[in-house]
Design a protein around this ligand. Structure first.
Ligand SMILES: [Mn+2]
Length: 327
């Protein structure tokens, strides 16, 4: 059968019920999302080997959502949240939608990125803030391609233990070691700020040299701890617009243990929370992602607790920064 004849949905409902993030409505009318904030799962990156077409990180979008359904949702939505100094949506007329997960094409793995970019373009075209749940760190590549629709020079803020400037691995140029290299090639990505790097991983000296010659502002984890998070955030150019990509291994593994490469010395909760709030108020953050959560390595839901708080702090900060034109 010609696969072009199959009317395959581009997104699908997360796998278990209740199954959306904080039970927000599932919306698959992608040309009319009618929401200020959209949550989207992109489970699959581009593998470096056949046995990693799906990896543990592919399970994270649903694992994060399912965790949010274990907490008391009416509390989360309606009670006073001290992180935000009020209820999540601040009693304003702000709509959050969960667009489910990008579907996979069993006959063509690369279709996953093509669909992800297509959906992200639809979301951005409606001026909706996109929160992407990965997946590994390859999945922001199609999302960042979709940022083209804003016709703007965008500052990329990258939280990670690793540099992620590899050009290719095993011939694959869109895998989890390459997102910042690919971003650097996109004309609409202007400045790049990389925070929290440490340890050994995705960079050799050649990649560090390339990042520095591009002009990437690199504040490694130890410099960040020495100068403090406020001085670190001050080094992000003002004005925006911004895109924020958060590799969970950039956060300290004591609070986000569910990653493939636990590395000491990462951002504390206080530090990452401040990055989110201050960035949202420095300029418009068009979208963010949280990637590289590997649920099987979690310890007592510690990673999920922090992921849920991170996303809620981002949503609550956007609402209070007046992004959605409501008072
Ligand atoms: Mn990464």
């Amino acid at each position: 059968m010609n696969k072009k004849q199959i009317n395959h949905p581009i997104v699908e409902l997360p796998s278990e019920s209740p199954c959306t993030f904080l039970d927000f409505p599932f919306v698959n009318e992608l040309d009319n999302i009618d929401a200020d904030v959209a949550i989207l799962g992109i489970p699959f990156g581009m593998p470096y080997a056949p046995n990693s077409m799906a990896n543990d990180q592919s399970r994270a979008p649903d694992a994060i959502r399912q965790f949010t359904n274990k907490i008391d949702i009416s509390y989360a939505l309606n009670h006073f949240d001290w992180d935000l100094r009020g209820p999540l949506l601040d009693n304003r007329n702000v709509k959050v939608a969960d667009c489910g997960n990008i579907t996979a094409d069993m006959s063509d793995h690369r279709q996953h990125y093509i669909r992800a970019e297509q959906v992200a373009r639809k979301i951005f075209n409606q001026n909706t803030t996109l929160i992407t749940l990965g997946g590994d760190h390859g999945v922001p590549i199609p999302v960042m391609r979709a940022l083209e629709v804003f016709e703007s020079k965008i500052t990329l803020v990258h939280i990670d233990a690793h540099l992620d400037w590899r050009d290719e691995i095993n011939g694959e140029r869109e895998g989890y070691s390459s997102p910042i290299r690919r971003a650097s090639e996109m004309p609409w990505i202007d400045k790049i700020v990389q925070i929290g790097l440490r340890g050994i991983g995705s960079a050799r000296t050649a990649e560090v040299d390339d990042a520095l010659s591009y002009g990437a502002i690199i504040i490694d984890a130890y410099e960040m701890h020495d100068i403090g998070i406020d001085a670190t955030i001050d080094r992000i150019p003002d004005g925006g617009p911004y895109y924020l990509t958060i590799d969970a291994d950039g956060i300290d593994p004591t609070i986000m243990p569910a990653v493939m490469a636990q590395t000491p010395g990462g951002l504390s909760w206080i530090q990452i929370r401040k990055v989110v709030h201050r960035l949202v108020n420095k300029g418009r953050v068009l979208g963010m992602d949280i990637v590289e959560i590997a649920p099987q390595h979690d310890v007592g839901n510690t990673t999920m607790i922090h992921a849920e708080r991170l996303i809620c702090n981002f949503i609550g900060a956007c609402v209070r920064a007046g992004y959605y034109g409501t008072d």
